[in-house]
Design a binder for this molecule. Structure first.
Ligand code: ASP
Length: 617
């Protein structure tokens, strides 16, 4: 390969180099044109003439040129290549780009996340994202180096599997060979790693993907996440804690990231609750935060069981955990259940739980007692966990492990606000994949092969199609004239106005909100906002809040940004700002990001029958 990395050009003064990359920025000074050429290692200024005029930002180019030192007063201290520039001798466009749907030479924090995820392959061109991905790769490399030095084996465990409880719902996958039966994606490799210990492996780790169908939360990765899964034989609690602590200290030293307190402070669960009111807490001062200091701590001695709302018992952390040795008798005799403490240890960093693990019940009696306390019958235990009970009865060694969360640790290190910033292609908080449109509809024949038939109400694709069809029907039946505009997908009122070539004020922005917890639709012009205090006063509402993305989807069947001003179709109360009905023409997204309709404001009012008032500002 002849390619010279941009960052290495500084060592090539006086030489001809061949560079490949993207046009990051272009500055046209008539006779001379500057571009910054970007590759994954940085950007460098290239000077050209007439031949540069045709270049656009984000074109992929080959440039052959002479590396020259910049005169002292032209040096740019802000960039690593600021003391040189390239004088172009030859330029070739390897691929011309269309205008990008989002800028990639900013940090991207202010761009709508849905758009960033839809075009994630462009979004990761921004240096901040590349830096995060490179750090992630380095972090995993250091984990491997550390554990291999200590004789661990890296072993993969199945993804198509049987359910393993970690307190979330399973993702399930239908079986074609055995119609009517399903695999579950593992919530963690917990059972497999324990079985590896029964198999005599002694020291196991895996960079493991875990799948949990939890209710979406802002600070969590929905669906799948990555953890460093570890299990060891012949260990006690302190051994696993020491291994992880030593590894973290080693890795963070190599990455030059300061750790607040070494050894990590240890709190019992009771102490943590007393002192911080929670079992995860942030030990950093404001100064620490500024200096990217990472504050680790351990929490131990959690209660093993907690009461269920029905009055039974369930595990607090992990049903496979052993109690602390002094509580083993109580566990086996099922006595003083609320007082039994588990061997569980949680690792906390900067206020987050970044990992947890325990010493396991390695005897069949111990594990069985846990399930019995949870109220499972003999049959249920055998059906769900018979394989584990049996495995433990064939000379299982004492063992324990832990699983630090890689996404969360990296979020803490980078200081990013969302875990999705350190994952290349994360799901949206609403559970949609980046770029590709999963979950998606499956063809009838495929479902048949799997022995699956969908209930009528669940035919999602049809509801989505029908939002648009229903609008059309309603307009046709009422003999209302309208214009359909098909365009590239737009996600904001501004982009919509631009692409329709209309003014922002003519767009009808349909917002799904919750008035005293009940969904309603409020429609205001694209350039206006709802004056919530006026609205509340007008309609005697105490509490008015935006519906979440997920709620919008459930209520209307379409995504935020595609919601049409037809609350009547979704059977929710509909309010129009006066200006909507007064407008000669209104434009709106007709249930799709790429379909707009324009029609008379008065006609829209006629078919949707809204409550009309003055509440925009
Ligand atoms: N299986 C646990 C989890 O995924 C970790 C462990 O106990 O090793 O949270």
């Amino acid at each position: 390969m002849k390619k010279i990395n941009v960052q290495d050009t500084v060592n090539k003064v006086g030489q001809i180099v061949e560079l490949y990359g993207w046009v990051d920025t272009k500055r046209d000074h008539k006779k001379i044109v500057f571009i910054d050429l970007r590759d994954r290692t940085g950007a460098v200024q290239v000077v050209g003439g007439e031949e540069f005029k045709a270049l656009s930002e984000e074109d992929v180019v080959y440039i052959k040129g002479l590396v020259k030192k910049r005169p002292d007063k032209m040096v740019n201290q802000k960039t690593k290549t600021g003391n040189i520039e390239i004088e172009a001798k030859e330029v070739r466009v390897l691929n011309k780009t269309k205008p990008l749907p989002l800028p990639v030479n900013t940090d991207g924090h202010d761009i709508d996340e849905e758009v960033r995820l839809k075009y994630r392959y462009l979004d990761i061109r921004r240096p901040r994202m590349y830096k995060n991905l490179a750090l992630r790769s380095k972090f995993i490399d250091l984990i491997r180096q550390h554990l291999f030095k200590q004789d661990f084996l890296e072993i993969e465990t199945p993804i198509l599997s049987e359910t393993t409880p970690e307190g979330a719902r399973d993702f399930i996958v239908p079986s074609r060979l055995q119609p009517g039966k399903f695999y579950a994606l593992p919530q963690s490799p917990q059972q497999y790693k324990q079985l590896l210990m029964v198999g005599g492996v002694e020291k196991y780790f895996q960079i493991a993907r875990c799948f949990r169908d939890e209710d979406p939360r802002a600070d969590r990765a929905y669906g799948e996440f990555t953890q460093l899964d570890i299990e060891m034989s012949f260990v006690e609690r302190i051994d696993v804690m020491n291994l992880v602590e030593g590894m973290m200290i080693d890795i963070y030293e190599k990455l030059n990231i300061p750790i607040k307190q070494k050894p990590f402070p240890v709190f019992t669960y009771d102490e943590a609750i007393k002192k911080y009111g929670a079992d995860k807490f942030d030990l950093r001062t404001e100064e620490d935060k500024k200096n990217n200091v990472q504050a680790f701590a351990w929490v131990v001695d959690f209660p093993f069981f907690e009461k269920t709302p029905e009055g039974g018992w369930t595990f607090t952390h992990n049903p496979f955990s052993a109690p602390k040795p002094e509580f083993m008798k109580d566990l086996l005799e099922k006595k003083n259940i609320g007082k039994i403490l588990t061997t569980q240890y949680d690792l906390v960093c900067n206020g987050y739980e970044v990992g947890g693990g325990s010493i396991r019940n390695h005897t069949p009696e111990g594990l069985k007692a846990v399930f019995e306390i949870m109220g499972l019958s003999e049959d249920e235990i055998n059906l769900k966990f018979g394989h584990m009970i049996e495995a433990l009865s064939y000379g299982a060694p004492p063992h324990g492990g832990i699983a630090p969360g890689i996404d969360r640790l990296l979020t803490c290190i980078t200081g990013e606000t969302s875990i999705r910033e350190v994952i290349a292609m994360p799901m949206s908080s609403g559970g949609r994949t980046s770029i590709m449109k999963a979950p998606s509809v499956v063809k009838e024949e495929k479902l048949k092969e799997l022995g699956i038939s969908l209930r009528q109400t669940m035919k999602q694709s049809e509801t989505q199609k029908s939002v648009f069809e229903n609008i059309k029907n309603l307009l046709d039946v009422n003999k209302i004239s309208y214009k359909l505009i098909e365009h590239k997908p737009v996600f904001t009122s501004e982009d919509a106005a631009k692409i329709r070539g209309s003014s922002l004020s003519l767009g009808a922005k349909a917002l799904i909100m919750k008035a005293d917890k009940k969904p309603i639709m409020i429609v205001v012009p694209g350039d206006k906002k709802v004056d919530t205090s006026t609205f509340k006063k007008l309609y005697q509402i105490k509490d008015l809040e935006m519906a979440t993305r997920e709620e919008v989807k459930t209520i209307s069947g379409v995504e935020v940004g595609a919601v049409p001003p037809f609350g009547n179709l979704f059977k929710i109360p509909l309010y129009f700002d006066q200006t909507i009905a007064d407008n000669k023409t209104v434009f709106f997204n007709a249930g799709s990001h790429s379909k707009s309709i324009s029609m008379k404001g008065s006609d829209l009012e006629k078919v949707t029958k809204p409550i009309v008032g003055k509440f925009s500002k």
